[in-house]
Design a protein around this ligand. Structure first.
Ligand SMILES: Nc1ncnc2c1ncn2[C@@H]1O[C@H](COP(=O)(O)OP(=O)(O)OP(=O)(O)O)[C@@H](O)[C@H]1O
Ligand code: SF4
Ligand SMILES: [Mg+2]
Length: 371
């Protein structure tokens, strides 16, 4: 494999992933009549041009209401859905870069690959770099497999341990790491013989066992009992420290995001409307949509909420097929409604750019952009 060592890498030494203008559009089926009349094909614009960079061992959070494109973003990074447009640069270990190259993938300087360009036949080695944990551990674990079989499968697929003894040793260690002890006791259980929290521990064990750089955790605690959510979030922290995992954490719950994330990106209809350090975003939200989301977090002390003027959010999220023109949030925005005269040339007409308002704090809203 020819590595272009001398050329500068797209990713800085502490960066693991760079997403540039990622789009995932799902084509809608056209009726024969529509096709014959030459009607243009319509799309569900699930992810509609997002960009972000992940630093090593960072927990980056995607927050937003149902249907805003969080899962689709995760799936695109896993190459589980086709990428319509954009770049997804990821840094891969040297031996995996070699496997990818043999299977026809271009390797960029610094062992970086653009996931959007990886041929389908080369997706398997990518699974050792990026893993995903899903919301419902019961649906994501094969009910006919024991815990041992569930964990042995990725080791065999990726040829990580060749002998059975070696595999059992790795499985026992990973079960201890996720605190399913004694491991021999849990190895022979089926998913239905585990509690929800234990099943999610198995799901994390299955992801981590291939030693991925990045793990996409899609609402990993939202189906769990409140009493065990904190335990799973703590486990995620421990895994990060021990294995150096970088997380993309998907949630609709800002209270959970505040607890676990370093940075938060607020998503609305396939776009980012605000990105900032988690604490800053929660304490000093700027975008009207973020303010409304934060106002919806249950807060026992009303004093703490009084500085948010706009507690309301109107109506439902529009369809991702008919995205409103201009700022896609304008039909629901209280600020626009109140300042319609001043903003009417902007909000319903031109899309606001995502700009850096203060250091590392990005907002897409005409209230802050130079008009
Ligand atoms: N395979 C698909 N084909 C067509 N449309 C899809 C497909 N997958 C997702 N969508 C649509 O894309 C949009 C984004 O869906 P996505 O599942 O990414 O949202 P989400 O933010 O994860 O929502 P939730 O919080 O409910 O999980 C939705 O309008 C959804 O209906
Ligand atoms: S750009 Fe206008 S409509 Fe959009 S969030 Fe800002 S004020 Fe509201
Ligand atoms: Mg989802």
């Amino acid at each position: 494999m020819m590595e272009k060592v001398s050329e500068k890498s797209i990713l800085a030494p502490d960066e693991v992933l760079k997403v540039e203008n990622l789009k995932v559009w799902f084509p809608l089926k056209r009726g024969i009549g529509e096709a014959l009349r030459g009607k243009p094909r319509r799309y569900v614009r699930a992810v509609d041009g997002i960009s972000f960079t992940l630093k090593e061992k960072e927990t980056f959070c995607l927050v937003g209401e149902s249907g805003c494109g969080k899962t689709t973003t995760g799936k695109a990074i896993m190459r589980l859905v086709p990428i319509t447009d954009g770049k997804v640069y990821v840094k891969v270990p040297k031996e995996i870069a070699e496997d990818l190259w043999v299977l026809g993938t271009d390797i960029l300087p610094g062992n970086v690959v653009d996931l959007a360009q990886v041929p389908d036949r080369a997706i398997k080695p990518l699974r050792r770099v990026i893993q995903m944990v899903y919301q419902d551990p019961y649906a994501s674990l094969n009910p006919r497999f024991t815990v041992r079989q569930i964990l042995e499968e990725p080791l065999m697929i990726h040829g990580i341990a060749l002998s059975r003894e070696e595999r059992l040793e790795i499985i026992a260690k990973i079960l201890e790491t996720v605190k399913l002890v004694p491991p021999e006791e849990f190895m022979e259980r089926y998913p239905h013989q585990l509690s929800g929290g234990q099943r999610q521990r198995v799901a994390f064990a299955r992801a981590i066992i291939v030693n991925p750089k990045i793990t996409v955790a899609d609402e990993p605690v939202s189906m769990l009992d409140v009493s065990i959510r904190a335990e799973i979030l703590e486990l995620m922290e421990e895994l990060k420290e021990r294995f150096g995992v970088t997380y993309i954490f998907i949630t609709h719950d800002l209270a959970v995001a505040r607890y676990i994330c370093d940075r938060i990106a607020v998503m609305y209809l396939g776009k980012f409307v605000e990105i900032a350090d988690a604490r800053r975003l929660i304490e000093n939200p700027l975008h009207p949509y973020t303010k409304a989301l934060i106002a919806a977090i249950p807060e026992p002390d009303p004093e703490n909420r009084k500085h948010y003027r706009n507690l309301r959010i109107k109506g439902e999220v529009p369809s991702a097929v008919n995205i409103p023109p201009g700022c896609r949030f304008h039909p629901r925005c209280v600020d626009f409604e109140e300042r319609r005269k001043e903003l009417s040339e902007y909000c319903p007409v031109k899309e606001p750019p995502l700009i850096e308002i203060e250091k590392d704090h990005y907002v897409a809203c005409w209230l802050y952009a130079k008009k």
